[in-house]
Design a protein around this ligand. Structure first.
Ligand code: KIV
Length: 262
């Protein structure tokens, strides 16, 4: 996959699947799957480092996770998140930030919103950097919302999101993540826009879906929004396995002879 193939997939009516990934080991596994693309999300700050929002994901953190994932991804299409405010400090700072992610192995960057940084989106695209937008709930704005809240529920907010999607398309973005908006609005936007809309908490009418890997594996039991279907009871599997290791150690049955050096 590539950014242009994303657009082609939508034109041909093929749905797109994406997952987040933050480390080399999982990237190796995802690379062997049919998943269409990996996002090194700034959710790394929450999922990997235990922060309460993505605001603390800085450039260095994003570079390190992007490099690790890139080493394991075996060329699978890789998008990396531009960190909080990195695209609000003018072209030079935005280009520096994107350049760090691209040289770390990303094939595209994602940034939240569009109002007030249209010129940055355009400049990135003109510089040969594929840009993915992110509309609806923009987690980097959590403090402005007063919490992680569904967006686009009233007419004005719905029209704003639809307008922003059209603007991103005009500016040359190749896809848009649409997070936590009513399913009808997401479907309407997907139908009006030529570039793929990748939903998360945005219903089935989108052109593709993305989930946080730890959510879909059911590893994250602390926080489970209703859209984050666990496709595996990962927490149970891990806990059972740890229990079996602990039992074997304490029973003296691990390691066995063939697991020992002579
Ligand atoms: O950082 C992230 O995990 C994301 C997803 C919510 C799409 O942006």
């Amino acid at each position: 996959m590539s950014s242009t193939e994303f657009i082609r997939a939508k034109a041909e009516g093929r749905k797109l699947s994406m997952v987040t990934c933050y480390d080399y080991t999982f990237a190796r596994l995802v690379s062997k799957s049919a998943i269409d693309g990996i996002l090194v999300g700034d959710s790394a700050a929450m999922v990997m480092h235990g922060h309460s929002s993505t605001v603390t994901a800085n450039q260095e953190l994003m570079r390190l996770h992007t490099e690790a994932v890139s080493r394991g991804a075996n060329g699978k299409f890789l998008v990396a998140d531009m960190p909080f405010l990195s695209f609000r400090k003018g072209y030079a700072a935005a280009l520096d930030s994107a350049s760090i992610l691209m040289t770390a192995g990303a094939h595209a960057v994602k940034l939240e919103g569009v109002d007030g940084h249209e010129d940055v989106v355009q400049r990135l695209v003109q510089s040969g950097i594929p840009v993915m937008g992110h509309l609806g709930l923009q987690p980097q704005s959590v403090h402005a919302y007063g919490g992680f809240r569904v967006q686009g529920r009233n007419e004005e907010s719905a029209r704003t999101i639809a307008r922003q999607a059209a603007t991103l398309q005009e500016l040359g973005a190749f896809a848009i993540v649409l997070e936590c908006v009513p399913a009808n609005l997401a479907r309407e936007i997907s139908e009006c826009i030529r570039i793929p809309i990748i939903g998360i908490g945005a219903g089935v009418g989108c052109d593709g879906q993305i989930l946080v890997l730890q959510d879909l594996l059911g590893i994250n039991t602390d926080f489970r929004p209703k859209f984050a279907r666990p496709f595996l009871d990962g927490a149970r599997c891990v806990l059972d396995t740890l229990g079996r290791f602990d039992d074997a150690v304490k029973a003296g049955t691990f390691p066995a002879g063939e697991e020992s050096y002579s």
